[in-house]
Every structure is written in C-alpha cells, then in structure tokens.
Design a protein around this ligand. Sequence first.
Ligand code: ACO
Length: 329
Amino acid sequence: MIAGKKAGIVSTGRALPVVRLTNFDLEHMVETSDEWITTRSGIKERRIISGDETNSGLSEIAARIALEKAGLKPEEIDILIVATVTADQLLPSSACLVQAKLNAHRAAAFDLAAGCTGFLYGLTVGQQFIETGAAKNILLIGVDTLSPIVDWTDRNTCVLFGDGAGAVVLQRVEEGRGILASKMYSDGTKAELLDIPAGGSKRPTTVRTLEERAHYIRMNGPEIFKFAVKIMVESTTNVLELCGKKPADLDFIVPHQANVRIINAACKRLGLSDSQVLVNIQRYGNMSSATIPVVLDEALEEGKIKQGDLLTLVSFGAGLTWGAAVLNW
Ligand code: ACO
C-alpha cells in the first residue's frame, strides 16, 4: 500500500518508425542542406512512418513496453489518454483504437489535443484523477505521426518534424515523490502561428483546398521561436516556484524538442548547464506530443535519471499552448 497521495510516472516506453530520413535525403527533396538544417535546428535525421505503421500502432507498441515495466495488465488500466493531433482517422479517437488493440476493456479512452504540449496537458489531467482517487492506473501516450500532414515541398517546415510515440503509466507514488507541481497555459489569439487551415468542419476537403495545399501544417517559425524561448523560461521558473525550488536545484530539464537553439537560449537564461538538459532532437526532430516521453524513456534506459532526481518537463505548441511540471523521480 502506497502512503503518498501524489501521482507519479512509474514506467515508460517508446516506439519509433523504422525509416530514417536524413538531412542528406532532404537535400534531394527541397532546396536545403545538411549544414542549414543542423546549424538552424540541431536536427540530423527524423523517423517517418511507412508500410503499415500508424499512430495507433506505434502507441500500442510504446504502451505494451510501459505496461510490462509497471507489471500491469491492459485490463487494469482505468483511463487511457492519447495526447495527439494526428489520430489515424478523424473519428473515432486514436485512444479507442489503442484501447481495442490492447484489449484494455475496463478503460475509459479519449484523445487530448493540445499540439506539442499534449503530453504535458495529459500528465496534468491524469494527475487529477490519480490524486482524487478516481483512478488507480492511467496509461498516457504522447504520439504524433506528422509526416502525412507535412508539406514536403515547403522547406520552412518539412525539415523540422518527425514521427514517434512515448507512453507512461501514472499511479500514486510514495510521499515526497512524483509530480510536485504542474501548470497548463494557452493563448488562442495566436492560433494562426501554427495551423492546418482545411480539413476540419469550417473548411471541409474540396478540390480547391487540395489545390491550395491547405491540408498541410503552416507555421510562422520566427514568431514561434521568440514565443517559445520566453514561455520556457517563465513557465519553468513559475512551476519551480510553486514547490519552493529554483532552476539551480534541477538535476534535469526535459524540454520539448522543437529546435536546439530554442532549448539552448531558454536554458542559458535559466542559468542551466549543458549537463542539466536532456536533448535527442538530432535523431528524431520534432515529434510533437511524443518528444518528452521519448527523451524520458531514453534517459532512464541510459541510467541518466535516477530515483530522487528533480526534473522539470516543459513544452509549447500549436494553440498556442504551453505547460510545465516538476517531478521528484
Ligand atoms: N533550408 C534552407 N533555407 C531555409 C530552410 C531550409 N530548410 N528553411 C528556411 N530557409 C530560409 C528561409 O527561407 C529564409 O530565407 P530568406 O532570408 O531568403 O527568406 C532563411 O532561411 C532564414 O529563415 P529564418 O526563418 O530567419 O530562420 P530561423 O533562424 O528563424 O530558423 C526555424 C527557422 C528553424 C523554422 C526557426 O524559426 C524555428 O525553429 N522556429 C520555431 C519552430 C517551432 O518550434 N515549431 C514548432 C512549435 S510547436 C510544435 O512543436 C508543433
């Protein structure tokens, strides 16, 4: 019996597509170079779904690994949250498809759309169910398969994104451990900085929307860059303050992996050293909701994160949305 009332991440898993698309491959697709992409973003390669790989399929693989590590059977999951903006279909949710694949027959299942902040939003939502006692076992998956909605003729966006999935199991943990504080934010007045104009109920698919290439991601990169550095600093500082901590107390910051220059600029302002920052963007690019759980899973596997470490997770994304959480691992 666990004495504490805090929610925490008790296990992690990840799944990445087989196909690697390198910067050198992109040189043959758009007018770009490995040198430009590496120096402007830090990305060297990304994974792209192919064959029968899907959003729900990657989710299932990542979920089974996390469940196995937690010693949990699918039928013990109370709530299954899939943080994504790229479900297999518009209807039903990816969560219901994953629920069926896992045969998690006791679980309520829903998708959560908060752009690249989806995993952090899902963490905070799941935390509430655990801490109130309404749920015992939550499976949270951060997954995005952006490659089908990226315009492969637009060098401003296509070099930045990749596909992948990360899963975590949330449960009550011992006193003093788990999620110490979390905070979610949004500003819908900046929605146009990153959107897909057509394919929804306002502009359903027509020959014209297809001709306009309006079903692909459109992004104002420089504006998001400035916004991202600012909110990463502010939200990290704020969430640490909520639990009486400072950036210097952190063992690790686990930032959303959108651009290594965003990460470096924010971490410099927070006074963090390179050894406090977890980065894997060079191998995967921006996988939206999957970035944070995949970085976490890799760092745990490499033995970097240890019990008792103080972490801040921080993310930003379309919406605009952003959020941060402090965890005592
Ligand atoms: N290869 C070569 N040149 C390029 C490429 C490319 N792939 N892409 C853009 N350029 C060109 C531009 O056209 C521009 O040329 P111009 O001056 O002749 O017009 C030039 O490079 C400089 O472009 P900038 O936009 O000034 O470059 P910047 O330093 O801002 O880097 C980038 C661009 C990488 C997009 C950056 O702004 C960025 O990362 N922004 C944040 C994006 C982001 O985080 N998006 C996702 C957030 S939410 C989520 O995660 C879903």
